[in-house]
Structures are given as C-alpha cells and as structure tokens.
Design a protein around this ligand. Structure first.
Ligand code: XIL
Length: 364
C-alpha cells in the first residue's frame, strides 16, 4: 500500500478513536451529571414560556423591527432571555473608518436589553465576511495591523463593558476541510490574529465571556475536529476563550442525532456551549410551496433535540440556545421560503416551539 494511503488510514483511525473517546467522555460526564443534579427534571407546568427554560433561550434581532413591530417585540420580551444583533454589532455595521463609529443600532439593542432584562450576546467582533472597506484598503506594517485590530476590538468591547455579557470574538475561521480560513487578518498578521483578538477583548472587559463561533460542526468531522483542536490549543496557551458557538443552521434533511452529537461533543472540551444561530429549514430542496404537518413534525424533533442535548450537558457549560431570527418572515432564509423558526408569520407558536419546551421537560 502506498505510504500516502497508509497515512490516510492511520489518520482515519486516529479520528475514529478520538470521536469514540469524545463520545465516551461525554456519556460518562452526562451520567454523573444526571445522577448528581436534581434539577434535571422539569415539569410541563414549570415551563410556560421559553423564558422559564433552565438556560437562556434567545434570538437574533433587528433594531428597526423591534422599534416598528409590536408583535415581534412582544415575543422577544416575553419569550426570550438573550438577544444577539443579527447584523447590528458586526464590524461593517459599527466601523465607518478608523476610529469612526456608528453606534446607534448597537446602543439601541444594549438599552433595549437592559430595559427588558435580557442578556446581550455580542455577534461578532471579527468575521471575514463583514470587513469594512477601509480595513480592506488599509496599508501598514504587521504591527500597524495589530494596532487597528486592537483599537477596534477594545473600542467596541470597552464601550459595552458590563453590558454585553459575551462576544463571538472570531466567527467562521475554519474551512470545511479543517484548515484556517483565509481573511485579511490572517494575511496581514498571521494565525496569531486569533489569539490576539481574544486577548484584546479580554483586556477591554475581563468579565465578558469570549467565544469562537463557527458553523457545520453537526455535519463535518473535519471541521469539528479542527475546531476542538484550535479551542484546545488556545486554552493550553492561556488564551481567554470561554466557549464554543455552534451556529447550527440546519434543516429537516439532516439527522436529528447530528444535532445531539455536535452539542455533546462540544461539551467535552470543557468550554461553555452556545447553539448560537439555530434554525431548521424545512425546504432545503426548494420544492415545497407551503408549510405542512410532516415537515412541522420533523422540524419540531430537531428543535427538541437541541433543547434536550443542551439540558444534558453540565449546567455550567450551558450557555444557551439562540435562534437566528424571531418568526419565519424575519429569518435570513425567508425569501426561499424555509419556515425555519418556532413562530410563524402570524407570530403564532409552531410545533417547533413545543419541541423546545418538550426537550426540557420530557427528556428521553
Ligand atoms: C447573516 C444575517 O442573517 C443576514 O441578514 C446578513 O445579510 C448576512 O449575515 N453566519 C453568521 C451570521 O455568523 O452573522 C449570518 O447572519 C448568518 C451565517
């Protein structure tokens, strides 16, 4: 057998052993946790709204819709415990030039959250997709690039110190094959930009919880393995990282077990776990013309699995579940349409909503 082939097989074995160990580790932790913690059992009567869930359940929100739509606002204030800005806290929303900022939308969210006793999760400091044009055309030495990275992160995190509980410090930094994703910061600073971003954020608000957020852990072993390896090496190097964000943009064609597995396996890192952008598209092949009972039940099962899996990890690691939008038309997938969220276009609860609550009180 050629050496390259042997290497591949050895690597495959290593991955399988690692995943097996992850699963075993997860199961034994879960077993201990179940037997030690009486709060594992929730009754239907304890859970009338998502807000009563034993960990924060939240949504990505849009300031203009919060201002203009009372039904939307009402769901956020009565059902949610946490909000992320769908776009309001991204770099190209806030940064208009070096040291020039647009704060209105981000401020609005932070004030809205304070008034309604909601947690704010900051999304996201560094993302290859939403880099402002002035950054893309900036020219300077490596040290100059570190300076502008630090300035931006510390100005934003510093402004919301004590008000934004947590940040996605870096978003989508790994490719599908497990390699580091190309971005301007990688080009100009090198891979060190990752740990620097965490360190700068931590200096600006030592109490904020800091996350690495990415997608695809529920369907790609390569991505999952690379994400855990990266998180592990950051922890070993004393980089202030506190959690992993699993975006979890999923759909009814994908297995329910994948959701459970991604959450359970992420918890084995010992970090907090945030299902950070949950949505379950029901129309992945674009053939449906209307939402129907079959896909409603499939969607419900997936929301239920996410809630139950989060409940099953140790309590101090349950950062929560954030849905990527409030009701179907406010989903970023809505033009498809994909009916991806737990509330419909009339702001009514869908079976997916019951799925979330049932995951918490029924278990399995
Ligand atoms: C999306 C927003 O929902 C859209 O409104 C925007 O046009 C593009 O970004 N992963 C992420 C989110 O981390 O920030 C993305 O949000 C969805 C995918």
């Amino acid at each position: 057998m050629p050496n390259a082939e042997k290497m591949k097989i050895t690597n495959m074995h290593a991955i399988i052993i690692l995943l097996y160990a992850l699963t075993l580790g997860a199961c034994s932790k879960q077993a201990n946790f179940d037997s030690d913690n009486s709060k594992q059992t929730y009754q239907k009567a304890d859970l009338q709204t998502l807000r009563q869930a034993p960990f924060p359940i939240g949504a990505a929100v849009v300031p203009s819709t919060l201002k203009s739509n009372a039904n939307y606002r009402n769901i956020v204030t009565t059902e949610m415990s946490s909000i992320s800005g769908e776009n309001a806290m991204k770099m190209n929303s806030i940064s208009r030039g070096r040291k020039s900022y647009f704060w209105d939308d981000a401020d609005y969210l932070v004030n809205f959250a304070a008034e309604n006793k909601l947690r704010v999760h900051g999304h996201t400091l560094i993302w290859y997709k939403h880099t402002p044009t002035w950054v893309a055309s900036f020219s300077g030495t490596k040290d100059d690039w570190k300076t502008i990275l630090k300035e931006y992160i510390q100005d934003v995190v510093g402004r919301y110190k004590g008000k934004v509980a947590s940040w996605d410090v870096v978003n989508e930094i790994i490719n599908d094959d497990g390699s580091l994703r190309d971005c301007i910061w990688l080009q100009k600073i090198g891979p060190e930009y990752i740990e620097l971003s965490f360190r700068y954020a931590h200096e600006a608000d030592p109490a904020a919880l800091l996350f690495y957020n990415d997608y695809g852990q529920e369907w790609s072993h390569a991505r999952r393995k690379a994400a855990y390896h990266l998180a592990d090496s950051l922890v070993k190097n004393n980089v202030p990282i506190h959690g992993l964000g699993l975006q979890m943009h999923t759909n009814v064609a994908r297995s329910v077990n994948d959701i459970r597995y991604a959450i359970t396996a992420a918890a084995v890192t010992g970090l907090k776990v945030h299902v950070s952008e949950l949505d379950v598209a029901v129309n992945p092949d674009k053939k449906l013309t209307a939402f129907n009972e079959t896909v409603a039940q499939q969607q419900k099962e997936r929301y239920r699995a996410a809630a139950k899996a989060m409940l099953d990890i140790p309590e101090n690691q349950r950062f929560g579940i954030t849905m990527w939008g409030v009701h179907d038309p406010s989903s970023w997938l809505s033009p498809n349409p994909d009916w991806a969220l737990p509330f419909n276009n009339l702001f009514e609860k869908k079976p997916a909503y019951d799925g979330l609550l049932e995951g918490l009180y029924q278990g399995k």
